[in-house]
Every structure is written in C-alpha cells, then in structure tokens.
Design a protein around this ligand. Structure first.
Ligand code: PLP
Length: 426
C-alpha cells in the first residue's frame, strides 16, 4: 500500500533503529511542515481515474496486469490508511522484519494469522502454556472449523518435541508451529532454534514446512528478536508494551512480505484493522518503547529482588533469577537481552491468601493486562487464564496462590513499599 507521507525521501536503513523509529516514513515538508504525521480520518480515498481504481483493485486482488503500478495506492480504510501504513513501516524496524501488519487487538492478529495458514483437516502444533485467549482460540474455536491441535510442553527438549511432531503428523498435514516465549504468566522459556529445527524436520517428512510463529508480547521487540532464531512470523499484542500506556487495543504480525501479503488478504476480508487514531497513538508510543521497556525492566529487577527474600512469597517466576547453568536460564540469556517486567509468584498457600494480598494493595492496580506505565496485578486462574480447562491449568502449573505482576514506570521503592504492606495482610 503506497501512502502519501513522502517516506521515500527520507528512508534510510543505515540509520540506527531508534532514529528510524522517530523519522522513517514521514516527510513534514509534504504536510504543511507538520512535524508529526496528521491523522487521516477518512474511510475511503479518491481515485484519480476509473482506470486507476480498477488497477488498484486488480493489484489488491492479486490479478495485476502488465503495465499496472507496482503497488496499489490508498483505496478503503479496511485495507489500509496513511496512519496504519506509517505505523507498519516503523513496526518492522526493531524486529529486523521485512514487513508488518497491524490489527484491532492481539487476538485479531493471532486469529487472522492462524486462519491465513490453517484450514479444515490441517494441524497446528503449539507449545503450552499460551496466553489464555490464544489457548481458547486454538483448543475451543479452531476445532469447530475442523482444524486439529497438538500441544507440546514449552520446556520440551528435542526428543519430547520430536514425539509431539510425530503425533501431530499422524493427525494430518502440519501447517503451523505456534509458540509464545517467555510464557504468560509463568515465564517458561521455549527454545526457538529447536522450534525451527522441528519445523524443518516435519518439512522433510511431510514434504512442506510448517510456518513457525512466535508470540513475543512479553519481552517485545526491545528484549527479544525471534526472527534471528529462525522464527518465520512474530506476533504482538501491541496493547501491552508497544502501546505502553494502557489506553489502546492493537496487535501486529512481523515477518517476510511473502507471508504478510497472505495474511493481508485475510485481514482485508475479516476486517480486524485499527483505526487511524489508534495507529497514530502507536506511532507515538514506538518512539519511546525502548526507553520505557528498559526502565520498566530495571524497576522489575528491584521489585523481584525484594520478593525473592520475602517469607510469604514462593515460586517467583522472574527470568532474571534463573540459574545461568540451567537449560531454562541458558536459553533465556541466549534468546533475550531483557528480563522483562511481567512475572508471577505465589502468595501464601492458596486463593484466600492471594486475594487478601491483592485486596490490600493501595498503589498497584488490580486489573488485567500488562506493559503499561502503571503497575498492574491480577490473579491469573480466576481472570486472564480462567478459560483454560481446569485440569490443564493444574498440569501447566497455574496455582490458586499465583498472582501476576506487571511492573510499570513508578519509582520501584514505592512499589516495594506497597507490596510489603499488602503482604503483611496475608
Ligand atoms: N498474547 C499475549 C502474550 C497476551 O498477554 C495477550 C493479552 O493479554 C494477547 C496475546 C492478546 O492480546 P489483546 O488483548 O491485545 O487481544
């Protein structure tokens, strides 16, 4: 989609990512000198001629004729808008991806991407645990469309992963290997290079290779770049760290254009796009995402240190405390440059103690979601992960005593003081 932001004038892949996130794809001179990109609140765009409209639609329908332009221009806001176009150009930068597509929520990104590559009879092999909504989409909704699912434990080593691959192939053609790392809420670490290896193995056996997709919401493109480990597509809930202010819903997928083009066709039909204002807010958020994520991770390290020594806290799932000699710790250090600011821990001995603690907090907000400027906390079993089957929840290690904290940008000492007084209630 070609927009009229004049981006060709100042595009430069030689500049540092942080500089590109602020300048790339927009030329103020083309917009009355407006330093920030204007918001295009229009659902439709003018064609210069009937033939131009026909050509744009031919291109969009993948039926271009010789002599048609290289890319379609703006047509209709369900396909793209200048604000979405600019955001997508900048979103791909931190991941080192060729292209990005945005969606109305993280779940819209996940659902649209999975539906682009898997249909009736196909199999999706996924690591578990996954975010509760993804788990429900895979295990409850997709089977109704006759898509088959096979799960493998996030911490699976090569023999266990190969066993799962064999079971998946026995069910039918495996089109997708889907993973999420670190996992929400307990920060299991999935070996991304192993996912690539298993997908290639499946490809050799069945004659075509499944697409490897990784949800990178928890560490974001600042803390982890899954494409560098052989993942094909990276998924985000931009609602979290990328948006970063708990004031919008959005999602994205980043990867090679050959794959995002296929997802674009499905997005155009399903319609899960974001509006121009949300795209504008996200473009602004991307300018500070690196600063925000690093500051939140620094704060989280201090909070985790405090919790680690508290007698009423157990099973602290903070990646920064993983033993570097353990498989999990080694993988985390290899794959990630940040420890993240979202982690879970158990309080006391069950739900009552966890609820007393949560109700006693005065500063940290009791709400779902993560990655905002304010610290948020929740009880996963009764909220974000309540739609995961109870037996599977237990097997996945989600306890009734578990709470998940997303550390924001407050002074960490104020957060520690709040946690300390609330733990005294338990
Ligand atoms: N992926 C992860 C890891 C999440 O935590 C979430 C939401 O919490 C999602 C995807 C879904 O994102 P959204 O709420 O933007 O649809």
């Amino acid at each position: 989609m070609a927009s009229d932001y004049g981006h060709r004038k100042n595009a430069s892949t030689r500049r540092a990512a942080q500089t590109r996130l602020i300048h790339e794809g927009y030329d103020p001179a083309a917009h009355s000198g407006s330093v920030k990109a204007p918001i295009y609140h229009s659902s439709t765009f003018l064609f210069e001629s009937a033939e131009q409209g026909a050509a744009f639609f031919r291109i969009n329908n993948k039926q271009a004729l010789p002599g048609d332009p290289e890319a379609a221009g703006l047509m209709y806001s369900r396909f793209s808008t200048p604000n979405v176009d600019l955001l997508e150009k900048r979103l791909a930068i931190l991941d080192g991806g060729e292209a990005a597509l945005t969606f109305g929520s993280g779940m819209a990104a996940i659902a649209t991407t999975l539906m682009a590559f898997a249909g009736a009879g196909d199999v999706i092999l996924h690591t578990a645990p996954l975010y509760g909504g993804t788990d429900a989409f895979l295990n409850r909704l997709l089977p109704r469309q006759k898509v088959q699912i096979e799960a493998v434990a996030a911490e699976a080593d090569e023999p266990a992963f190969l066993d799962a691959a064999r079971s998946a192939m026995a069910k039918g053609p495996v089109r997708i290997l889907y993973t999420e790392t670190p996992t929400n809420p307990n920060n299991e670490i999935v070996d991304l290079a192993l996912c690539r290896k298993i997908a290639n193995h499946i490809g050799e056996v069945q004659g075509f290779t499944p697409i490897v997709i990784c949800d990178n919401t928890l560490l974001g493109p600042v803390g982890q770049q899954p494409l560098a480990f052989g993942v094909d597509l990276v998924i985000y809930s931009l609602t979290k760290y990328a948006g970063g202010h708990s004031d919008l819903l959005a999602g994205a997928v980043v990867g090679p254009k050959s794959l995002t083009d296929q997802i674009y066709s499905v997005r155009s039909l399903l319609g899960g796009v974001i509006d121009p204002h949300t795209a504008w807010l996200l473009t602004r958020s991307l300018e500070t995402v690196t600063l925000r994520m690093k500051a939140a991770c620094d704060g989280a390290e201090r909070v985790a240190d405090f919790l680690n020594y508290h007698p009423k806290v157990s099973r602290l799932n903070y990646p920064g405390l993983l033993d570097a000699d353990s498989r999990r710790g080694g993988l985390h250090r290899e794959q990630s440059s940040l420890n993240g600011s979202t982690f879970s821990f158990d309080v006391g001995d069950g739900r009552d103690a966890a609820f007393r603690f949560l109700d006693g907090l005065k500063l940290i907000k009791l709400a779902v979601s993560l990655g905002g400027t304010e610290s948020l906390i929740l009880h996963p079993v009764s909220t974000s992960h309540s739609n995961v089957d109870p037996a599977r929840r237990k097997a996945l290690g989600y306890s009734e005593a578990m709470v998940r904290l997303s550390v924001g940008l407050e002074d960490p000492q104020d957060l520690i003081d709040d946690l300390e007084q609330a733990l005294a209630n338990v």
